[in-house]
Design a protein around this ligand. Structure first.
Ligand code: FES
Length: 111
């Protein structure tokens, strides 16, 4: 199964938000309190660019309305109440000293 190498293990600093493009898709690698996460770059609430957000514990805060999205599940309590979806989170794997994402993970979950 093919995979994309993202960064060497341990390279992503705590609180870092790093933009990544894979096959024309805009994603963010983020290191929260419980480790690295790969998420969509665009906020599911109203389309802001989360690269300008900030990391709070294990959540990313959107720069526009300050909503917080869990980096493990993508959930936002306001989204559940208001009926819009979570931030997409992609499963990371470790392989050959790198953080990676499997190609099928991206194909199956990005619209
Ligand atoms: S655009 Fe991100 S919380 Fe509103």
């Amino acid at each position: 199964m093919s995979k994309h190498q993202l960064v060497p293990l341990g390279e992503l600093a705590n609180g870092e938000i790093r933009p990544i493009e894979i096959n024309g898709r805009s994603l963010l690698l983020v290191r929260g309190q419980t480790g690295p996460a790969l998420v969509d770059r665009i906020c599911p609430h109203a389309g802001s660019d989360l690269v300008n957000g900030s990391v709070v514990g294990n959540r990313i805060r959107c720069p526009t309305h300050s909503y917080l999205f869990n980096l493990e599940t993508g959930s936002c309590p306001l989204g559940r109440r208001e009926g819009w979806g979570p931030l997409k989170v992609y499963k990371l794997i470790e392989s050959d000293g790198y953080l990676c994402v499997q190609t099928n993970e991206l194909e199956n979950t990005i619209e």
